[in-house]
Design a protein around this ligand. Structure first.
Ligand code: KG4
Ligand code: ZN
Length: 327
């Protein structure tokens, strides 16, 4: 049997089909990045208009060679996200479900990100500390099962990805900022500027707006003007900024692992695509004997396959009070 997934919470229009053994049959993602690029961030009205224009094409592509009769569940992103964008996915899911008499389930987008790990490691072990680092959200939790987590902390202000995007804008790079900063940081000196590390050790929450503001003040202090000739300076700033972010995320994640006596950490969400961050997590985990889970690269950013998986586990639990067994 198949599960159809629909994701429209932000700037990716995505539809996917997975089977009940969590094999991905199709996972079509139409990225709206080019549309939002001139604005250095997601424009909600443009996002919902584009979902509206593209969703039929994306759905058709995801359903290619799929026998619709085999679809036994439709799962869509219910929240959190841009309201008018979410509405497009919900409407398509409900309509499809009504026409073909298929049950429809709404899922939490952040649970979806955790399922990008479950799709990558079908035999993932529980409990694990989950760190979700995306464009709109930062969350640290303890995951006990495919549908149960205890949230420890969230972002008090900017999400991690958002701060990458805002710093990229200050440097006049591009949108999304994360990949651009990572690329330039490779050639930079991570010790060039000592940006603050907001560890906030009295809480599991995160606050990244301070690092962003520190970058802004630094740029003002050197009277920064974007210029092709200062590539070395930009690379140094990118490397220093990335280092401050990565240090903060690492500190809190490993602290949570220690505090809750958990030897596994799973990192998901768009920022988890960052190779430098991955490398540093693996390095420290090796010393501390902790297992690290990262999603396959194509599952790190928003996609509907992770929504299929989250919906499937929630649905199974709701009808039989058991989880599906994945062989
Ligand atoms: O999870 P996602 O696709 O969307 C949300 O749910 O928000 O995450 C998008 C975010 C953007 O802010 C983007 O800059 C960031 O993920 N991102 C990265 C990298 N790739 C994407 N940040 C740092 N390094 C990357 N390689
Ligand atoms: Zn996301």
């Amino acid at each position: 049997m198949y599960i159809l997934g629909i994701e429209t919470s932000c700037d990716e229009t995505s539809c996917a089909i997975i089977d009940d053994k969590l094999n991905i049959i199709s996972n079509i993602v139409f990225s709206q990045q080019k549309i939002h690029k001139p604005y250095f961030g997601v424009v909600p009205e443009l996002a919902s208009r584009t979902h509206y224009e593209k969703i039929h094409f994306v759905l058709k592509k995801a359903l290619k060679n799929v026998n619709i009769r085999k679809i036994k569940l439709i799962s869509y992103t219910e929240k959190p996200g841009l309201k008018s964008a979410l509405l497009i996915g919900k409407t398509v899911a409900e309509t499809f479900g009504y026409i073909y008499s298929i049950p429809v389930i709404g899922v939490n987008h952040l649970l979806g990100h955790i399922h990008s790990l479950i799709l990558t490691y079908k035999k993932i072990k529980y409990p694990f500390i989950s760190l979700i680092i995306s464009g709109g959200h930062t969350e640290i939790s303890i995951v006990y099962s495919p549908i149960e987590r205890q949230i420890l902390g969230t972002a008090r202000d900017d999400a991690v990805g958002e701060s990458f995007d805002k710093v990229a804008k200050m440097l006049n790079l591009t949108y999304p900022g994360g990949p651009a900063i990572e690329k330039l940081a490779k050639y930079g000196d991570k010790n060039f500027v000592n940006f603050p590390r907001p560890y906030m050790l009295d809480s599991w929450d995160f606050s990244f707006s301070g690092i962003k503001t520190a970058v802004l003040y630094y740029l003002k202090s050197i009277n920064y003007k974007p210029n092709k000739n200062n590539k070395k300076l930009i690379s140094n700033i990118c490397a220093s900024f990335q280092e401050a972010i990565v240090d903060t995320l690492i500190k809190k994640s490993f602290l949570a692992a220690e505090k809750f006596n958990c030897s596994r950490i799973g990192i998901s969400g768009g920022v988890s695509a960052n190779n430098y961050l991955r490398k540093k997590f693996y390095q420290i985990a090796e010393k501390l004997n902790i297992d690290i889970y990262f999603p396959r690269k194509e599952l790190a950013t928003d996609n509907a396959a992770m929504i299929c998986s989250a919906g499937w586990f929630l649905y199974k639990k709701s009808i039989s009070n058991t989880y599906p067994t994945i062989s």
